[in-house]
Design a protein around this ligand. Structure first.
Ligand code: NDP
Length: 287
């Protein structure tokens, strides 16, 4: 595993494990337990994933069984839009997440979306950071137009911005923008959530054949090689093992260029300028 140093000196594994769309508690416990046994040390959850309790329970079990220590773990959670109303609602949401996770601190707290009063909400997570409830704070889905103004007006520049990043939406402009502010980009949907035929794309397969790697491994490697942290999700142990086995090969500049050329320039998963989408997220009640 490689590590990256965040802008406040905190070390973060470059690869982690995402737990979106595993709301069933017993399945989530099984999956997180297997992920920790496989070697993942960064777990990415969120209040909105409705599985913080399952993650917390499994982390406690893995620590009790000597699989990991708390110091080795990097736990991320996110404040949902519903709580991005005031400094107080966001701060209280952090406390609720800590209680569900049964942890004294998390390693990273993100504002989940650039929605609601995100400046006020950020002050809430800044307070949590200053009180030691989290080792770092950041944002998610903050695209350049929003992020630039945000960075110019907050006390603590975000350590991480978690956005959709995969070969079909590679967002090199957003990466350049984050570099300006020393923000680490983290890829959600690093496997494009299985869209675009990513697992059978012949050009990616041809690259993989050279190294004896699957398409999933090639695209995860591509992102990490351009300095992007990745948090792939899989409920299957064999895929968890595959997705973390990406540190023993290096793509050439030409191979990186082949993958860069797949960019469509837009997402086919989310649309933050779509009224229906924004209304739906603003209306999503997680409490
Ligand atoms: P991913 O791009 O990680 O894709 C997950 C899909 O790929 C699942 O269907 C999984 O199936 C399949 N898969 C995983 N590995 C392989 C493999 N090696 N071969 C073939 N299929 C594979 O999508 P996610 O949306 O889950 O993104 C990852 C994480 O990012 C989330 O879990 C979450 O933590 C975070 N996220 C954050 C968002 C945000 O707004 N901040 C939005 C979306 C995600 P199976 O499980 O059956 O193996």
């Amino acid at each position: 595993m490689e590590f990256i140093t965040l802008n406040n000196g905190t070390k973060m594994p470059l690869e982690g494990f995402g737990v979106f769309q595993i709301p069933d508690a017993s399945e989530c416990e099984k999956v997180v337990y297997n992920a920790l046994k496989t070697g993942y040390r960064l777990i990415d959850t969120a209040a909105a994933y409705m599985n913080e309790e399952a993650v917390g329970k499994t982390v406690a079990r893995a620590i009790a069984e000597g699989i990991v220590t708390r110091d080795e773990l990097f736990i991320t959670t996110k404040v949902w839009v519903q709580d991005q109303k005031t400094e107080k609602t966001a701060y209280e949401a952090v406390k609720t997440s800590l209680s569900k996770l049964n942890l004294e601190y998390v390693n990273l707290i993100l504002l989940h979306q650039p929605m609601g009063d995100y400046f006020a909400a950020y002050r809430g997570i800044e307070r949590a950071y200053e009180e030691g409830l989290t080792r770092a704070i950041g944002v998610s889905n903050f695209y350049p137009a929003v992020l630039t103004n945000f960075c110019e007006n907050v006390k603590t520049v975000p350590a991480v911005n978690q956005i959709e990043l995969h070969p079909y939406f590679s967002q090199s402009d957003a990466l350049e923008n984050m570099k300006t502010y020393g923000i680490i980009p983290q890829a959600w949907g690093p496997l494009a959530e299985g869209k675009h035929g990513i697992f059978t794309d012949p050009e990616i397969s041809a690259i993989g054949e050279k190294y004896g790697k699957s398409n999933a491994q090639v695209v995860l490697r591509w992102n990490t090689q351009r300095g992007v942290s990745v948090i792939p999700k899989s409920v299957k142990v064999e895929r968890m093992e595959q997705n973390i086995d990406i540190w023993d090969f290096t793509l050439t500049d030409d191979e990186m260029a082949v993958i860069n050329a797949k960019d469509l320039g837009h997402s086919e998963i989310v649309d933050h300028s779509n009224v229906g989408f924004v209304k739906a997220l603003n209306g999503m009640n997680i409490h």
